[in-house]
Design a protein around this ligand. Structure first.
Ligand code: LHQ
Length: 259
C-alpha cells in the first residue's frame, strides 16, 4: 500500500510511523486509519522492525477524528469506530514489539487514545493530552475508557473526561500518563535513543513480556503465575536467551538478534 497520510521510515531496527496531515493537526480520516492499520500490520510481520515510534508531523501529535470528513451524526459511529479505530488500537496493543509514542504536541480525542495504546510515551514539554470527546457531546472512545483509569486512576480519568481540559506534559508526567518529558528539540532524539535500545534487545522476550503484562491485568495471582511460566518456556527456547546467558558468563555485552 502506498502511504499518503503517514510516513514509514525504518532505520537500525526502529520503525518510525509519522501521522502526516499537519494542516489539520493530523486528524484521522478514513485513509489515515487504513494506512495506519496497514503499517502496524507490516511492523508485526517484518522481522527487521524491532521497535516502533508513533509520532505526528508539525505542531500536533493527532487531533482525533477528522471532523470535516463527514457531517456529524450522518453515519453510524459504532460501525465507524469498529471498522476504523478498534482494529488500529488492537493492532498497536497486540503488536509484540515495543511501541513508543513520541507526543510532539496536542493529542486530542482518538488521537490521545492512539498515544495511550502505545507501551511507552515520551512527550515534548509543549505537548498536551485532551479528552476532547465530551466537548462535542461524545463519549471517550478508541480505548480511552480502558487505558485512562489504568494509567491515572478512576478519579483523574473522570476529571479528564468530564472537564475535557488539556493536561500539559509536566502534569501528565506526574500522573504517570507519560514516561518522559523533554524539550521539543530533543523529543525525537530521546524517542530514538529509547527505541534503538529496545530494537537491540531480546525482541521475543519483550513481546512475551507485553503479552504477560497485558493479560495479567485481568488475572488472579495463580493464573498470572501459570501464564508467566508458560511464556517463560517460549522465551527460554530463543537464541537471544542463550546469547544473554553466554554473554553474562563471558562478562561481555549481549548481541541480540531478535530470534
Ligand atoms: C481539525 C481537527 C479535527 C478536522 C483540528 N478535524 N480538522 C471517532 C469516530 C466517530 C465519530 C467521532 O469521533 C471519534 C473519535 C474522536 O476523535 S472525537 C474527537 C475529535 N477531535 C476533537 O474534537 C478535537 C478537535 N480539535 C480541537 O479541539 C483543536 O483543534 C485542538 C484543541 C486539538 C487544537 O487547537 P488549536 O491549537 O487552537 O488549533 P486549531 O483548532 O486552530 O486547529 C488548526 C487547524 O486544524 C484548523 O483548521 P484551519 O483551516 O482553521 O487552520 C482546525 O479546524 C483543524 N483541525 N482538529 N479533529
Amino acid at each position: 500500500m502506498e502511504y499518503q497520510t503517514i510516513r514509514w521510515e525504518l532505520s537500525e531496527g526502529v520503525l518510525t510511523v509519522t501521522l502526516n496531515r499537519p494542516e489539520v493537526l493530523n486528524a484521522v480520516n478514513d485513509r489515515m486509519a487504513e494506512e495506519l492499520l496497514d503499517a502496524l500490520r507490516r511492523a508485526g510481520r517484518e522481522p527487521e522492525v524491532r521497535s516502533v515510534i508513533l509520532t505526528g508531523a508539525g505542531r500536533a501529535f493527532c487531533s482525533g477524528q477528522d471532523l470535516r470528513e463527514r457531517a456529524a451524526g450522518e453515519f453510524s459511529y459504532a460501525q465507524h469506530i469498529r471498522s476504523r479505530y478498534a482494529p488500529v488500537i488492537l493492532q498497536l496493543h497486540g503488536l509484540e514489539k515495543p511501541v513508543l509514542a513520541a507526543v510532539n504536541g496536542v493529542a486530542a480525542g482518538a488521537g490521545a487514545s492512539l498515544a495511550l495504546a502505545c507501551d511507552l510515551r515520551v512527550a515534548a514539554e509543549e505537548a498536551s493530552f485532551l479528552q476532547a470527546f465530551t466537548r462535542i457531546g461524545l463519549v471517550p472512545d478508541s480505548g480511552a475508557t480502558y487505558f485512562l483509569p489504568r494509567l491515572v486512576g478512576l478519579g483523574k480519568a473522570f476529571e479528564m473526561c468530564y472537564l475535557a481540559e488539556p493536561i500539559p506534559a509536566p502534569e501528565a508526567l506526574r500522573l504517570g500518563l507519560v514516561n518522559w518529558v523533554v524539550p521539543a528539540a530533543e523529543l525525537m532524539d530521546k524517542a530514538r535513543e529509547v527505541a534503538r535500545r529496545l530494537a537491540s534487545g531480546p525482541t521475543r522476550a519483550y513481546g512475551l513480556t507485553k503479552r504477560a503484562l497485558l493479560r495479567n491485568l485481568r488475572s488472579d495471582l495463580p493464573a498470572a503465575l501459570d501464564y508467566e511460566a508458560m511464556l517463560q518456556d517460549a522465551a527460554g527456547r530463543t537464541g537471544d536467551h542463550r546469547e544473554g546467558v553466554q554473554a553474562f558468563l563471558e562478562k561481555r555485552p549481549p548481541r541480540y538478534t531478535g530470534r
